[in-house]
Design a protein around this ligand. Structure first.
Ligand SMILES: [Zn+2]
Length: 78
């Protein structure tokens, strides 16, 4: 998984890199562009898939949930 840092105050955006590297770039950016302070708007973005991007994962989680519910109902009536 890779991370990217975006500064909302001055449109600085890194390439995809490791989490530790992104933290380093962020601190350097604070020192050089914002006199050591954190900007008002900044964010980290990861390139990990969100569940909404992959509906098959959501279906899988639902199926597991339904199976667990069936087992629980079966257990409580026997
Ligand atoms: Zn900035």
């Amino acid at each position: 998984m890779a991370w990217r840092y975006e500064c909302g105050d001055c449109d600085r955006r890194t390439t995809w890199m490791g989490r530790a590297d992104v933290e380093d770039v962020r601190h350097q950016h604070h020192d050089t562009a914002h006199r050591g302070k954190a900007p008002a708007k900044e964010r980290f973005t990861s390139n990990a898939e969100r569940v909404a991007d992959n509906p098959r994962q959501l279906v899988f989680v639902l199926v597991i949930g339904i199976l667990a519910a069936v087992v629980w109902v079966f257990d409580s009536i026997t």
